[in-house]
Design a protein around this ligand. Structure first.
Ligand code: ACO
Length: 309
Protein backbone atom coordinates (compact mmCIF):
# COMPACT_ATOMS: atom_id res chain seq x y z
CA UNK A 1 0.00 0.00 0.00
CA UNK A 2 1.12 3.58 -0.67
CA UNK A 3 0.16 6.92 0.85
CA UNK A 4 -1.87 9.07 -1.52
CA UNK A 5 -3.94 12.23 -1.54
CA UNK A 6 -7.61 11.76 -0.68
CA UNK A 7 -8.65 15.42 -0.78
CA UNK A 8 -7.27 18.95 -1.07
CA UNK A 9 -8.27 22.42 0.10
CA UNK A 10 -7.00 25.98 0.14
CA UNK A 11 -7.76 29.42 1.44
CA UNK A 12 -6.41 32.83 0.51
CA UNK A 13 -7.43 36.11 2.17
CA UNK A 14 -9.65 38.46 0.20
CA UNK A 15 -7.47 41.54 0.36
CA UNK A 16 -5.35 41.99 -2.77
CA UNK A 17 -2.11 43.97 -2.64
CA UNK A 18 -1.00 44.86 -6.18
CA UNK A 19 2.40 45.86 -7.48
CA UNK A 20 0.89 49.29 -8.09
CA UNK A 21 0.02 49.49 -4.37
CA UNK A 22 3.62 48.58 -3.51
CA UNK A 23 4.91 51.38 -5.77
CA UNK A 24 3.39 53.74 -3.21
CA UNK A 25 5.07 51.97 -0.28
CA UNK A 26 8.67 51.34 -1.46
CA UNK A 27 10.97 52.43 -4.28
CA UNK A 28 9.91 49.82 -6.84
CA UNK A 29 7.87 49.43 -10.01
CA UNK A 30 5.27 47.05 -11.36
CA UNK A 31 7.58 46.48 -14.33
CA UNK A 32 10.58 45.54 -12.11
CA UNK A 33 8.53 43.13 -10.00
CA UNK A 34 6.88 41.45 -12.98
CA UNK A 35 10.03 40.98 -15.03
CA UNK A 36 12.16 39.79 -12.07
CA UNK A 37 9.57 37.59 -10.34
CA UNK A 38 6.37 37.15 -12.40
CA UNK A 39 4.33 38.44 -9.45
CA UNK A 40 1.45 40.83 -10.19
CA UNK A 41 -0.39 40.78 -6.88
CA UNK A 42 -0.55 38.89 -3.60
CA UNK A 43 -3.11 38.35 -0.80
CA UNK A 44 -2.69 39.86 2.66
CA UNK A 45 -4.62 38.63 5.69
CA UNK A 46 -6.24 41.25 7.95
CA UNK A 47 -5.40 41.51 11.67
CA UNK A 48 -8.30 39.30 12.69
CA UNK A 49 -7.29 36.39 10.44
CA UNK A 50 -4.22 34.66 11.81
CA UNK A 51 -2.28 31.63 10.58
CA UNK A 52 -4.47 29.12 12.42
CA UNK A 53 -7.64 30.60 10.89
CA UNK A 54 -6.33 30.16 7.35
CA UNK A 55 -5.10 26.64 8.21
CA UNK A 56 -8.54 25.76 9.54
CA UNK A 57 -10.39 26.97 6.42
CA UNK A 58 -8.09 25.01 4.10
CA UNK A 59 -8.34 21.91 6.32
CA UNK A 60 -12.14 21.92 6.34
CA UNK A 61 -12.20 22.00 2.54
CA UNK A 62 -9.65 19.18 2.24
CA UNK A 63 -11.58 16.99 4.67
CA UNK A 64 -14.82 17.60 2.77
CA UNK A 65 -13.19 16.69 -0.53
CA UNK A 66 -11.67 13.58 1.05
CA UNK A 67 -14.99 12.74 2.73
CA UNK A 68 -13.11 12.14 5.97
CA UNK A 69 -14.74 13.05 9.28
CA UNK A 70 -12.93 14.90 12.10
CA UNK A 71 -12.87 11.83 14.33
CA UNK A 72 -11.19 9.80 11.57
CA UNK A 73 -8.12 12.06 11.37
CA UNK A 74 -5.22 10.28 13.10
CA UNK A 75 -2.59 12.98 12.83
CA UNK A 76 -2.34 16.68 11.98
CA UNK A 77 0.90 18.11 10.59
CA UNK A 78 1.11 21.83 9.99
CA UNK A 79 4.08 23.26 8.08
CA UNK A 80 4.60 26.92 8.89
CA UNK A 81 7.23 29.46 9.92
CA UNK A 82 4.60 31.98 10.99
CA UNK A 83 2.52 30.29 13.73
CA UNK A 84 0.08 32.38 15.78
CA UNK A 85 2.45 32.01 18.75
CA UNK A 86 5.50 30.01 19.91
CA UNK A 87 3.23 27.41 21.45
CA UNK A 88 0.81 25.73 21.29
CA UNK A 89 1.26 24.62 17.70
CA UNK A 90 -1.11 25.62 14.92
CA UNK A 91 -1.75 21.88 14.60
CA UNK A 92 -3.15 21.76 18.14
CA UNK A 93 -5.20 24.92 17.52
CA UNK A 94 -6.91 23.43 14.48
CA UNK A 95 -7.27 20.03 16.13
CA UNK A 96 -9.48 21.73 18.71
CA UNK A 97 -11.44 23.71 16.10
CA UNK A 98 -11.97 20.70 13.88
CA UNK A 99 -12.90 18.51 16.84
CA UNK A 100 -10.30 16.02 15.59
CA UNK A 101 -9.64 14.67 19.07
CA UNK A 102 -8.28 11.30 17.92
CA UNK A 103 -5.41 13.04 16.15
CA UNK A 104 -1.87 13.62 17.37
CA UNK A 105 -0.76 17.08 16.29
CA UNK A 106 2.44 18.98 15.65
CA UNK A 107 3.93 21.78 13.55
CA UNK A 108 7.01 21.40 11.44
CA UNK A 109 9.38 24.09 10.29
CA UNK A 110 11.04 23.71 6.90
CA UNK A 111 10.11 27.07 5.36
CA UNK A 112 8.94 26.81 1.75
CA UNK A 113 9.77 23.09 1.60
CA UNK A 114 7.47 22.52 4.59
CA UNK A 115 4.59 20.97 2.70
CA UNK A 116 6.99 18.48 1.08
CA UNK A 117 8.39 17.59 4.51
CA UNK A 118 4.83 17.23 5.81
CA UNK A 119 3.72 14.94 3.00
CA UNK A 120 6.76 12.72 3.35
CA UNK A 121 6.33 12.50 7.14
CA UNK A 122 2.68 11.54 6.65
CA UNK A 123 3.73 8.88 4.15
CA UNK A 124 5.92 7.18 6.79
CA UNK A 125 3.10 6.89 9.31
CA UNK A 126 0.60 5.70 6.71
CA UNK A 127 2.81 3.13 5.01
CA UNK A 128 3.97 1.72 8.36
CA UNK A 129 0.22 1.33 9.07
CA UNK A 130 0.60 3.37 12.25
CA UNK A 131 -2.02 5.90 11.11
CA UNK A 132 -4.63 5.91 8.38
CA UNK A 133 -5.75 9.48 7.66
CA UNK A 134 -3.32 12.35 8.09
CA UNK A 135 -4.14 16.01 7.56
CA UNK A 136 -1.17 17.97 6.20
CA UNK A 137 -1.43 21.76 6.04
CA UNK A 138 0.99 24.32 4.61
CA UNK A 139 0.16 27.81 5.86
CA UNK A 140 1.81 31.19 6.23
CA UNK A 141 0.96 34.68 7.30
CA UNK A 142 4.23 36.08 5.97
CA UNK A 143 2.87 39.62 6.14
CA UNK A 144 3.56 39.38 9.91
CA UNK A 145 7.31 39.08 9.34
CA UNK A 146 7.60 41.23 6.22
CA UNK A 147 9.40 44.54 6.51
CA UNK A 148 7.14 46.75 4.42
CA UNK A 149 9.97 49.27 4.04
CA UNK A 150 12.36 46.75 2.45
CA UNK A 151 11.89 46.52 -1.31
CA UNK A 152 14.18 43.48 -1.53
CA UNK A 153 11.64 41.30 0.27
CA UNK A 154 8.27 43.04 0.60
CA UNK A 155 7.41 42.58 -3.08
CA UNK A 156 7.83 38.80 -2.94
CA UNK A 157 5.56 37.39 -0.26
CA UNK A 158 1.88 36.72 0.40
CA UNK A 159 -0.45 34.96 2.85
CA UNK A 160 -2.51 31.78 2.41
CA UNK A 161 -3.07 28.13 3.28
CA UNK A 162 -3.30 24.81 1.48
CA UNK A 163 -4.16 21.39 2.87
CA UNK A 164 -4.37 17.76 1.89
CA UNK A 165 -5.71 14.64 3.57
CA UNK A 166 -3.41 11.71 2.96
CA UNK A 167 -4.44 8.11 3.36
CA UNK A 168 -3.78 4.60 2.05
CA UNK A 169 -4.11 3.97 -1.69
CA UNK A 170 -3.05 1.06 -3.90
CA UNK A 171 0.64 0.31 -4.51
CA UNK A 172 0.68 1.72 -8.07
CA UNK A 173 -0.48 5.21 -7.06
CA UNK A 174 0.07 7.89 -4.45
CA UNK A 175 3.58 8.97 -3.43
CA UNK A 176 5.98 6.78 -5.41
CA UNK A 177 9.25 8.45 -4.42
CA UNK A 178 10.59 11.46 -2.60
CA UNK A 179 13.70 13.45 -1.81
CA UNK A 180 14.28 15.69 1.19
CA UNK A 181 17.37 17.73 1.93
CA UNK A 182 18.82 20.50 4.05
CA UNK A 183 21.94 22.63 4.11
CA UNK A 184 22.38 24.72 7.24
CA UNK A 185 25.38 26.51 5.76
CA UNK A 186 22.85 28.54 3.76
CA UNK A 187 21.34 30.16 6.87
CA UNK A 188 23.15 33.50 6.32
CA UNK A 189 21.35 33.90 2.98
CA UNK A 190 17.79 33.48 4.22
CA UNK A 191 16.54 33.77 7.79
CA UNK A 192 14.44 35.74 10.21
CA UNK A 193 16.47 38.65 11.58
CA UNK A 194 14.65 40.12 14.57
CA UNK A 195 11.08 40.70 13.47
CA UNK A 196 11.64 40.40 9.74
CA UNK A 197 12.72 38.19 6.85
CA UNK A 198 16.29 38.76 5.68
CA UNK A 199 17.21 37.47 2.23
CA UNK A 200 20.21 37.58 -0.05
CA UNK A 201 18.11 37.19 -3.20
CA UNK A 202 20.94 36.47 -5.62
CA UNK A 203 22.38 33.60 -3.52
CA UNK A 204 18.96 32.06 -2.91
CA UNK A 205 18.18 32.35 -6.60
CA UNK A 206 21.32 30.43 -7.62
CA UNK A 207 20.64 27.67 -5.10
CA UNK A 208 16.97 27.41 -6.06
CA UNK A 209 17.54 27.16 -9.80
CA UNK A 210 20.01 24.29 -9.31
CA UNK A 211 18.13 22.45 -6.57
CA UNK A 212 14.62 22.58 -8.04
CA UNK A 213 15.73 21.01 -11.32
CA UNK A 214 17.94 18.39 -9.66
CA UNK A 215 15.37 17.26 -7.10
CA UNK A 216 12.56 17.12 -9.65
CA UNK A 217 14.65 14.86 -11.85
CA UNK A 218 15.90 12.74 -8.94
CA UNK A 219 12.43 11.67 -7.79
CA UNK A 220 11.57 10.56 -11.31
CA UNK A 221 14.79 8.61 -11.78
CA UNK A 222 14.35 6.91 -8.38
CA UNK A 223 11.35 5.05 -9.81
CA UNK A 224 13.19 4.21 -13.03
CA UNK A 225 11.20 6.66 -15.13
CA UNK A 226 12.47 9.57 -17.23
CA UNK A 227 11.44 13.19 -17.58
CA UNK A 228 9.31 12.16 -20.58
CA UNK A 229 7.04 10.27 -18.19
CA UNK A 230 6.16 13.38 -16.16
CA UNK A 231 2.69 14.73 -16.93
CA UNK A 232 2.50 17.71 -14.62
CA UNK A 233 4.87 19.82 -12.51
CA UNK A 234 3.95 21.74 -9.37
CA UNK A 235 6.96 23.84 -8.35
CA UNK A 236 7.12 26.08 -5.28
CA UNK A 237 5.67 29.39 -6.47
CA UNK A 238 8.61 31.62 -5.52
CA UNK A 239 9.60 33.30 -8.73
CA UNK A 240 8.61 32.50 -12.30
CA UNK A 241 12.26 32.45 -13.42
CA UNK A 242 13.11 29.78 -10.83
CA UNK A 243 10.00 27.78 -11.77
CA UNK A 244 10.89 28.03 -15.47
CA UNK A 245 14.36 26.63 -14.75
CA UNK A 246 12.79 23.53 -13.17
CA UNK A 247 10.33 23.20 -16.04
CA UNK A 248 13.10 23.36 -18.62
CA UNK A 249 15.09 20.72 -16.78
CA UNK A 250 12.10 18.37 -17.08
CA UNK A 251 11.31 19.51 -20.63
CA UNK A 252 7.66 20.04 -19.80
CA UNK A 253 5.38 22.30 -21.89
CA UNK A 254 4.31 25.56 -20.24
CA UNK A 255 0.67 24.49 -19.84
CA UNK A 256 1.81 21.41 -17.86
CA UNK A 257 3.33 23.53 -15.08
CA UNK A 258 1.21 24.86 -12.26
CA UNK A 259 1.35 28.65 -12.06
CA UNK A 260 -0.23 30.90 -9.46
CA UNK A 261 2.78 33.01 -8.46
CA UNK A 262 1.36 35.95 -10.44
CA UNK A 263 -1.71 36.17 -8.19
CA UNK A 264 -0.44 35.00 -4.78
CA UNK A 265 3.32 35.73 -4.74
CA UNK A 266 5.46 33.45 -2.59
CA UNK A 267 3.34 31.97 0.21
CA UNK A 268 6.19 29.74 1.49
CA UNK A 269 4.90 26.48 3.02
CA UNK A 270 1.44 27.14 1.58
CA UNK A 271 2.48 27.62 -2.02
CA UNK A 272 2.64 24.03 -3.32
CA UNK A 273 -0.44 23.07 -1.30
CA UNK A 274 -2.50 25.95 -2.69
CA UNK A 275 -1.33 25.19 -6.22
CA UNK A 276 -2.21 21.51 -5.87
CA UNK A 277 -5.67 22.26 -4.51
CA UNK A 278 -6.46 24.82 -7.22
CA UNK A 279 -5.22 22.50 -9.97
CA UNK A 280 -7.38 19.66 -8.68
CA UNK A 281 -10.45 21.90 -8.61
CA UNK A 282 -9.75 23.25 -12.10
CA UNK A 283 -9.40 19.71 -13.48
CA UNK A 284 -5.76 20.21 -14.49
CA UNK A 285 -4.65 16.96 -12.87
CA UNK A 286 -6.03 13.78 -14.36
CA UNK A 287 -6.29 10.25 -13.05
CA UNK A 288 -3.16 8.12 -13.56
CA UNK A 289 -0.96 11.13 -14.34
CA UNK A 290 2.54 11.36 -12.90
CA UNK A 291 2.89 14.62 -10.95
CA UNK A 292 6.13 16.04 -9.61
CA UNK A 293 5.94 18.50 -6.71
CA UNK A 294 9.15 20.32 -5.80
CA UNK A 295 10.09 23.07 -3.37
CA UNK A 296 12.99 24.83 -1.68
CA UNK A 297 13.25 27.34 1.10
CA UNK A 298 14.97 28.84 4.12
CA UNK A 299 17.18 26.45 6.04
CA UNK A 300 18.19 25.93 3.40
CA UNK A 301 15.75 23.08 2.76
CA UNK A 302 14.39 21.30 -0.26
CA UNK A 303 11.99 18.50 -1.07
CA UNK A 304 10.33 16.77 -3.98
CA UNK A 305 7.71 14.11 -4.45
CA UNK A 306 6.68 12.00 -7.45
CA UNK A 307 3.01 11.15 -7.21
CA UNK A 308 0.72 8.99 -9.34
CA UNK A 309 -2.71 10.63 -9.22
N1 ACO B 1 12.27 47.10 -6.95
C1 ACO B 1 13.26 47.67 -7.64
N2 ACO B 1 14.55 47.34 -7.50
C2 ACO B 1 14.84 46.36 -6.63
C3 ACO B 1 13.85 45.71 -5.88
C4 ACO B 1 12.53 46.13 -6.07
N3 ACO B 1 11.51 45.57 -5.41
N4 ACO B 1 14.43 44.80 -5.11
C5 ACO B 1 15.75 44.83 -5.35
N5 ACO B 1 16.01 45.80 -6.28
C6 ACO B 1 17.28 46.19 -6.84
C7 ACO B 1 18.46 45.69 -6.05
O1 ACO B 1 18.72 46.60 -5.00
C8 ACO B 1 19.56 45.65 -7.08
O2 ACO B 1 20.09 46.96 -7.15
P1 ACO B 1 21.70 47.18 -7.24
O3 ACO B 1 22.14 46.40 -8.44
O4 ACO B 1 21.80 48.65 -7.36
O5 ACO B 1 22.20 46.63 -5.95
C9 ACO B 1 18.83 45.41 -8.38
O6 ACO B 1 17.44 45.59 -8.10
C10 ACO B 1 19.03 44.04 -9.01
O7 ACO B 1 19.04 43.05 -8.02
P2 ACO B 1 19.35 41.54 -8.38
O8 ACO B 1 19.67 40.84 -7.10
O9 ACO B 1 20.30 41.44 -9.52
O10 ACO B 1 17.95 41.07 -8.96
P3 ACO B 1 17.59 39.62 -9.35
O11 ACO B 1 17.45 39.53 -10.81
O12 ACO B 1 18.44 38.62 -8.65
O13 ACO B 1 16.13 39.49 -8.73
C11 ACO B 1 15.06 38.58 -6.80
C12 ACO B 1 15.94 39.68 -7.35
C13 ACO B 1 13.71 38.67 -7.47
C14 ACO B 1 14.90 38.77 -5.31
C15 ACO B 1 15.71 37.21 -7.11
O14 ACO B 1 17.04 37.23 -6.71
C16 ACO B 1 15.00 36.07 -6.46
O15 ACO B 1 13.89 35.73 -6.80
N6 ACO B 1 15.65 35.36 -5.52
C17 ACO B 1 15.05 34.24 -4.86
C18 ACO B 1 14.04 34.70 -3.88
C19 ACO B 1 13.31 33.55 -3.27
O16 ACO B 1 12.69 32.78 -3.95
N7 ACO B 1 13.37 33.45 -1.95
C20 ACO B 1 12.72 32.39 -1.29
C21 ACO B 1 12.41 32.86 0.03
S1 ACO B 1 11.29 31.75 0.66
C22 ACO B 1 11.37 31.51 2.31
O17 ACO B 1 11.97 30.56 2.74
C23 ACO B 1 10.65 32.46 3.23
Amino acid sequence: MNAGILGTGHYVPERVLTNKDLEKMVDTSDEWIQTRTGIVERRIAPDDIDTSDMAYYAAVQAMEEAEVKSEDIDMILVATVTPDMGFPSVACQIQERLGAFNASAMDLSAACAGFMYGMVTAKQFIESQTYKNILVVGVEKLSKITNWEDRNTSVLFGDGAGAAVLGPVSKDRGILSFELGADGTGIPHLHQDGDYIYMNGREVFKFAVRQMGESALNVVEKINLTKDDVDYLIPHQANIRIMEAAREKLDIPVEKMSKSVHKYGNTSAASIAIALSEDVKEGKIKKDELIVLVGFGGGLTWGAVALRW
